[in-house]
Design a protein around this ligand. Structure first.
Ligand code: ZN
Length: 133
């Protein structure tokens, strides 16, 4: 399958996840997907952000545990899973296009829109590191 095709069609797996996430029947989603009636780009981005959120939640506090993945490792896994480039991924996770979920540019921790606007995209912790004392 060409890269373009991969980008335009949701896989079986994506449809399952999206159906769960959006509360839409899987069969209906599948039919719409087959007919190319879905905004697959939007849905894929939603799935990527949701996966990232799920995988990184609380990670900041698990960092010393041996089996904890680092933020870069999680990003690499998402790049492979969804066939996007690291640039695309960063854009999806940290770009302005993302209206609902914001992540710290430095450590990847989820932050509020308000914090994002106030700090220019850093979590409170990383933002405090920029204070010169
Ligand atoms: Zn941070």
């Amino acid at each position: 399958m060409s890269a373009e095709k991969i980008m335009n069609i949701l896989r079986e797996k994506d449809i399952k996840k999206a159906a769960n996430l959006l509360g839409i029947e899987e069969l209906l989603l599948k039919r719409l997907n087959d007919q190319r009636l879905l905004n697959s780009e939007y849905i894929r981005e939603l799935l990527i952000r949701t996966d990232y959120e799920k995988l990184t939640r609380g990670l900041k506090y698990l960092i010393d545990q041996k089996d904890a993945y680092t933020f870069p490792e999680i990003k690499k896994a998402l790049v492979k899973e969804y066939g996007v480039t690291m640039n695309m991924l960063n854009n999806i996770l940290h770009g302005q296009k993302n209206a609902n979920m914001y992540f710290c540019k430095k450590c990847g921790f989820r932050i509020s829109k308000k914090t994002y606007a106030r700090t220019g995209g850093l979590c409170s912790n990383c933002f405090s590191d920029t204070l010169e004392l």
